[in-house]
Every structure is written in structure tokens, then in C-alpha cells.
Design a protein around this ligand. Structure first.
Ligand SMILES: Nc1ncnc2c1ncn2[C@@H]1O[C@H](COP(=O)(O)OP(=O)(O)O)[C@@H](O)[C@H]1O
Ligand SMILES: [Mg+2]
Ligand SMILES: [Zn+2]
Length: 340
């Protein structure tokens, strides 16, 4: 704020660097053994800026995977870095050493609503705004109070949060990428072949119902992270490194900006229809799936955006049936969770 009042000099910024010079933080993707589907979902999420939910028993690598998302993303563009720096300055959190690094925020589920989404008598931006242009990791998603989760629906959709207090109104940017993790049930072992789940069907139902349908509907990719046998974990081959993936993902992101001036997650209205146009056989395929699985119109569009990202990763000009089929797989868990 002192900068805005002209009392302090704007700190000199380091010269822009290209993505290859930024250090990789949060660990390397190659350290995650197995979990091929979860890794693939993380890569697709990174490509299009899609929200992602991991569900699986404790210790399967959900936090490890989430921490590796920043390593897959290109650094912030200069305009983005300025936005981030100005929001962080409001909290005294701006550090020139983080220039062009994507924010990664991981508030605990005991966080207050005001600290998460912003508020206070002089409204200040919360964690979701500190995660603007970066990543918001919500671990143990169902443990967050339902009232707090419901407030996330607006920024998940629009990239902004409106805060109304007695006499004040504020609007803060909050275009974050959500990455969330949850256990499949209260005890955590549902689906674990090595340990029996102790929960009753009613307990499981109650736990899952903490996440509303409209919230889940806004999370494009929902993936199960299974328990792996220890001998498999030891012998699983090392996958490719974050640096290799980051270069591929950067190309796929560049394609999106060249074509439509935004990421796939942000495609709306006419641009969505234009850039996600399907050939007749693909359209029939998706319509049939939508009818069978009772997708909402929102879910239908989210599948199209994810399929667009899968096609961009493959450097394909148009979305093909195989891209749709993969995008559909990432909605299967949504179905289990919503009980339909
Ligand atoms: N797929 C995996 N590959 C390598 N290490 C793993 C894997 N899954 C779990 N681990 C190990 O187990 C620890 C716990 O994983 P974590 O990501 O915290 O699990 P979760 O968040 O699902 O409870 C990690 O720090 C790592 O050492
Ligand atoms: Mg964890
Ligand atoms: Zn259980």
C-alpha cells in the first residue's frame, strides 16, 4: 500500500527469464511412482488450467502429486506477475525472489471463511486471491465447512470473488486453479485391497454429501488414486521428468493462446462452440454419453474443454473421439460421488 501512496519506491524487478531458467519447486513428477492415471490427469489439468480432484486412501501420493503441479506450468507472463505481486503486496507477502513463480497456496481446512475467501471490516483478499494465477490446494476437501465450500462456486466459475459487508463491497481477482484431495470415506480405506473399510454405507453417504453436486460439477477432472502394492511401488519405472513435461505443456498452452487468446478452461459461449466443434460421429458419441450418464449442460461443456486440452497435448487441430473418451473417464468418479 505504501507503494500506492507513493511513500515507497517500487522495487526493481529481476529481468524476465525464460521458463527454462526458473528453478523447479515442489519436487519432480518423476519421483511419483506408478499412479499413471493420476499423473496423466495432472498433466491434462496443467495443460488447460482445469480444476482437479484426487480421491484415494491416505498415503497414496495425492499430496505428492498436487505439490508437483507448479513444476509442470510455465512461469507467469509479465502482466500476470504484476497482478500477483500487487495482491501479495496487500498482505506484505510480495517477495522479488518469487517474481513470475506461480503462487501455490494450501490453506488448512480449519481456515476461517474470511481468511479463505477474503473479508474483514476493511475487506482484504483471502487465500483464493493469493492463489490468483496460481494453484489453490485444498487437502481433505470434505473437512472444509460446507458454507465455505459453497462460496468457492462463484470464483471457480468467474475467477472473481465479491464480498459484501455491512457498508462495504469489494471485488477481488481469484482466478486460481483448484487442486483438491479427499479420502474415499471417513476411515479412508474404502477400495483399499490391503485394509478393510470400517464405515457404514450411511457414514460414507453422509461424508460425500458434504460436497454438493454444483461444487463437484465445477471440477473438470476427478480421479481415483488407488493403493499400490509395495512391491509394485519399488519396481515401477521412473516416468518422465517435470522438465520434459513442462516443455510439452508450454507448447500446448501456446497453441491455446494463439488460437483463442485464453486457456481452454476459460473458453465460453461462441468461442467454446467454435474451438471445440465436433464432427458428426464425435458429437453423436458425446450426446449418447451425456444421455446415459445424465450430464448437466455445464458438465457437457467441461468435458469439451478437457477434450480440447487432450487434443492440444497431442498437437491435433480438432477434437477426436479418443480425446472425448479420455475426458469422459475423468468424470466417472463424479458419478460415484454424486450417487447417480
Ligand atoms: N506413488 C508414489 N510414488 C512414490 N512415493 C510415494 C507414492 N505414494 C506415496 N509415496 C510416499 O508416501 C508419502 C505419503 O504420500 P502423500 O502424497 O502424502 O499421500 P496422501 O496425500 O495421498 O495421503 C510420500 O511422501 C511418499 O514418500
Ligand atoms: Mg495428503
Ligand atoms: Zn471407510
Amino acid at each position: 500500500m505504501a507503494i500506492l501512496r507513493g511513500e515507497e519506491e517500487i522495487p526493481a524487478l529481476p529481468a524476465p527469464t525464460d521458463s527454462s531458467d526458473l528453478p523447479i519447486r515442489g519436487g519432480d513428477l518423476a519421483e511419483v511412482r506408478g499412479q499413471e492415471q493420476a499423473k496423466r490427469a495432472l498433466i491434462v489439468a496443467a495443460t488447460g488450467g482445469h480444476h482437479l480432484l484426487f480421491s484415494g486412501p491416505p498415503g497414496t501420493g495425492k499430496s505428492m502429486l498436487a505439490a508437483r503441479l507448479p513444476s509442470l506450468l510455465p512461469p507467469l507472463r509479465d502482466e500476470e506477475a504484476l497482478e500477483v505481486a500487487s495482491i501479495h503486496s496487500l498482505h506484505g507477502l510480495f517477495d522479488p525472489a518469487n517474481w513470475r513463480q506461480r503462487p501455490y497456496r494450501s490453506p488448512h481446512h480449519t481456515v476461517s471463511a474470511a481468511a479463505l475467501v477474503g473479508g474483514g471490516s476493511q475487506p482484504r483478499p483471502g487465500e483464493i486471491s493469493l492463489a490468483h494465477r496460481g494453484i489453490l490446494f485444498l487437502d481433505e476437501l470434505p473437512e472444509f465447512p460446507r458454507s465455505v465450500l459453497e462460496v468457492l462456486r462463484e470464483p471457480l466459475e468467474t475467477g472473481e470473488i465479491h464480498i459484501a459487508r455491512a457498508r462495504q463491497r469489494a471485488r477481488f481477482p481469484a482466478r486460481f486453479q483448484l487442486i483438491a484431495a479427499m479420502n474415499p470415506c471417513p476411515c479412508g480405506h474404502l477400495g483399499n485391497p490391503l485394509q478393510a473399510c470400517r464405515c457404514s454405507p450411511a457414514q460414507i453417504q453422509q461424508y460425500r454429501s458434504r460436497l454438493s453436486g454444483p461444487l463437484l460439477d465445477r471440477i473438470d477432472l476427478q480421479v481415483e488414486v488407488p493403493v499400490l502394492a509395495p512391491e509394485y511401488l519399488e519396481n515401477a519405472p521412473r516416468g518422465e521428468s517435470s522438465a520434459v513435461w513442462r516443455a510439452r505443456i508450454a507448447e500446448a498452452i501456446e497453441r491455446q493462446w494463439q488460437r483463442q487468446g485464453c486457456s481452454n478452461a476459460q473458453l465460453q459461449g461462441e468461442a467454446l462452440d467454435q474451438h471445440c466443434a465436433l464432427e458428426k460421429n464425435s458429437r453423436d458419441f458425446l450426446r449418447l454419453a451425456a444421455e446415459r450418464l445424465h450430464f448437466s449442460a455445464r458438465a457437457y461443456h467441461r468435458i469439451l474443454r478437457v477434450a480440447r486440452s487432450i487434443a492440444d497435448l497431442a498437437a491435433e487441430a480438432s477434437i477426436r473421439q479418443e480425446h472425448l473418451a479420455e475426458a469422459l473417464q475423468y468424470r466417472r468418479l463424479a458419478h460415484t460421488l454424486s450417487g447417480s
